[in-house]
Write a protein that binds this ligand. Structure first.
Ligand code: ATP
Length: 229
């Protein structure tokens, strides 16, 4: 369960502070939650609070009862984050090494770690690229690899911030299908309203506030109706 309790986020501006989010409260326990809304509304800021990439200026954020500010490392272990651009989270030279890096905390033996990394790559259809440079993969394969690395850490929540934006139709579908097949709770920021509508619940974030919160198809309709034709 993710809980935002009267959260405000402010950052220093050139003159006064800028408010990115204001008075946001929500309890998210659905398996799939979409976050939608126009550019610059505050979606990324909202989901980055979940693993402490952004800190609340006031109010609190908890994940399974753990306070993101006070129990930062425990929360980070629980929350996997998938970014729009996978290259920002692929840090090792080869595909297998990158997944193995995610396993270093749970599997100390190097050989066992490599074997497990190969099993995970098999599940993601990437085993044949195990020794390839991460930069030689296609964008879709890179995003699948980023997701494989995140799941190797066995998070209880996966937050994905526009994970399909840079992908072509086929790869968008591949990555989306993977995300929707997860057992873990998924919080998905997306401009793809068809994808959002497949979720159990959606938040519409506009001007730093939750403008609508409810069943995903209704939230999508609310957002569509708010955009002038
Ligand atoms: N660290 C920061 N300092 C100043 N302004 C920021 C900072 N982070 C975000 N912003 C601004 O806050 C607003 C909300 O940003 P955010 O990235 O959360 O929006 P978003 O809804 O995810 O947008 P998009 O759909 O374009 O990705 C934007 O106007 C952005 O420029």
């Amino acid at each position: 369960m993710i809980r935002f309790d009267d959260v405000t986020v402010r950052v220093p501006g050139p003159e006064d502070d800028i408010t990115l989010l204001e008075g946001v409260s929500a309890e998210l326990d659905e398996r799939r939650v979409a976050v939608i809304g126009g550019n610059g509304g505050g979606k990324s800021t909202l989901v980055r609070l979940i693993n402490g990439l952004v800190e609340a200026s006031s109010g609190s954020v908890t994940v399974d009862g753990l306070d993101v500010a006070k129990d930062a490392s425990a929360v980070r272990r629980r929350v996997g984050f998938v970014f729009t651009n996978p290259t920002s989270q692929l840090v090792m030279p080869t595909v297998a090494e990158d997944v193995a890096l995610s396993l270093r905390r749970t599997i100390k033996d190097r050989r066992r770690r490599t074997a497990r990394a190969l099993e995970i790559l098999e599940e993601f259809g990437l085993a044949h690229r195990a020794d390839t440079s991460v930069h030689a993969l296609s964008g879709g394969q890179q995003q699948l690899l980023a997701l494989a690395g995140v799941l190797a850490c066995e998070p209880s929540v996966v937050v994905a911030d526009e994970p399909t934006t840079l992908l072509d139709l086929r790869n968008s579908r591949l990555v989306a299908d993977r995300l929707f097949a997860l057992e873990q709770q998924l919080v998905l920021v997306t401009h793809d309203l068809e994808l959002a509508a497949r979720c159990d619940r959606a938040l519409v974030v506009e001007s730093g506030r939750i403008a609508f919160d409810g069943p995903a198809p209704e939230a999508v309709e609310h957002y569509r109706a708010s955009v002038p034709a």
